[in-house]
Unconditional design. Sequence first.
Length: 362
Amino acid sequence: MGEMNLSNLAFYSARPTLRIDGQDNDMASGLMQSLVMREQEGGLSSIEIAFVNFTAKEDGQVGPAFEDEQVLKLGAALKVYAGEAAAPTEIFSGTISAIEFAFDSEGPPRLLVQAEDKAQKARMTRRIAVYDNKSVADIAREVAGRMGLTPTITGLSDTSVVEVQFDESDLAFLRRLLVRHGADMQISGTELQVSARKDVQRNQVTLRMHSQLHKIRVVADLTHQVTEVKVTGFDFAQGQAVEGSGSSAPVGPGSGRQGKELVQQVFGERVQQTSHRLALTQSEADALAQAEFEQRARRFVRVEACCEGNPSLRVGTHVTLADVSPRFDNVYYVTACTHRYDMKRGFETELCAESAYFGNPA
């Protein structure tokens, strides 16, 4: 598959555009100097935007641009769009939570605005709660309700005996719970999207060497690869110890040799006994062991890259690397993404991605 053109035009503007409290604002968009938007697994996207805080007024006077709090203020709703300016794609929606003034001798005064998406509410709420005989999906629905979001959940319907949220924020608790079960969450609009990693594919993008791909580092690392993961626990209802095992082939994008195969060849059998995950039933022990095995396996080959700014690159996107190296040309899952814009380099996207597979030698 070849790279998709970022625009049908030979020359186009990739300057991000803003909508503040539901309104387009030409002054804010025009005075924007730089933008950094970050997202990662586990949700909570954040953004920082720098503006020139100095402009000419309608009456001909020159002075501060945003000090009247008519546009940029704490609590304002912020949406950011990127890509071709004629048909931009929304990359962020959230609430302004911090405003900073900065000045140095190298330029005009600046106003820096920071915002987080709707997971901010879950980050700021700590509680103690016990969830008895509920599935991960049930718990995610409860947390989504407290966040004021509509849950969109795929799978995760197996019931846990008990889950305890002990002096944790809703965000930290849900992140911890989903990692244990090999799942992820992201916020899209007013939805809390939760699903197992194997079911996530938000977009599909190809990046080719010497084209849209500017910089890349890829590593295949056996350090944390194992042939099997074991999780122990105790089933109080049955009055007996349980031990779960996980070693099945990981589900995810890409093809080639797995870390399990190569670590067996190079170092021999390597079994990981996990003691920090307590299981209360046999089925839970097996599920936790398999989730940790898959998590380790997916991180066998890891990518750090920078490319032309592309709003389709988001957490959960499947990225195909082409013309990089026969062994590393593969399909990877994006785990973190940063969209950057400034007046010098324009719009760029940085990403981290991973795959459970190392390509075959040429």
